[in-house]
Design a protein around this ligand. Structure first.
Ligand code: FES
Ligand code: FES
Length: 159
C-alpha cells in the first residue's frame, strides 16, 4: 500500500502507515505493541527508549520513522523472551540489576550492542557505552556487574 513504511523489527518484516514524522518509539509501542523501550524524557537525554538500528544503539524518541524505511531495528523483545532470556537479560536477573526498572530495557539493549562489538570490554568501555543512559535509582554497580557477567557468559557459551 502506498505510504506504508517498511521496517525489519526483531527479524520480522513489518509495514506501518504512521505519519513519517512519528518518532520510532511511538511506532514501536503504540503501533507494534512492543513496550520494552520506554518513554522517559522524549528529548534524547535519558536512554530509556534505546533500541538498535542496524546493530547500533539509538534514542528511538528522536528518530522519525519515515527516515527508517528498510532498516533493521532490534528492541528488548528481540534479545530474548521471558522463557528464554538472552545472556544480558539473564545477567541482569542474576545480579538483580534493577530497582524501579525504568532504565533497564535501555541498559540491556546498549550492553548487548557493546558485547556484540567487544567480547571482553574493560570497565571503562562498559561505562562509556552505558553513559548515555541514566539510572535514577543508583543501580549502577549492579548494572556494571551484570554487564561483566553477561560478557563472561557469552565468552564461555558453547558454539
Ligand atoms: S525517552 Fe528517549 S532519550 Fe529519554
Ligand atoms: S533502576 Fe530505576 S532508573 Fe534505573
Amino acid at each position: 500500500m502506498a505510504g506504508m513504511i517498511r521496517l525489519v523489527v526483531n527479524g520480522r518484516a513489518v509495514a506501518v502507515d504512521d505519519d513519517p514524522a512519528t518518532p520510532l518509539l511511538y511506532v514501536l509501542r503504540d503501533t507494534l505493541e512492543l513496550n520494552g523501550a520506554k518513554f522517559g524524557c522524549g528529548l534524547g537525554q535519558c536512554g530509556a527508549c534505546s533500541v538498535l538500528l542496524d546493530g547500533r544503539p539509538i534514542f528511538s524518541c528522536q528518530v522519525p520513522v519515515g527516515d527508517l524505511g528498510g532498516r533493521r531495528i532490534t528492541t528488548l523483545e528481540g534479545l530474548g523472551t521471558r522463557a528464554r532470556p538472552g545472556a544480558v537479560q539473564q545477567a541482569f536477573i542474576a545480579e538483580q540489576a534493577a530497582q524501579c526498572g525504568y532504565c533497564t530495557a535501555g541498559m540491556i539493549v546498549r550492553a548487548h550492542a557493546l558485547l556484540e562489538r567487544v567480547a571482553n570490554p574493560t570497565e571503562g568501555e562498559i561505562r562509556a557505552a552505558l553513559e548515555p543512559n541514566l539510572c535514577r535509582c543508583g543501580a549502577h554497580w549492579r548494572i556494571l556487574r551484570a554487564v561483566r557477567r553477561a560478557g563472561a557468559a557469552r565468552r564461555t557459551a558453547p558454539g
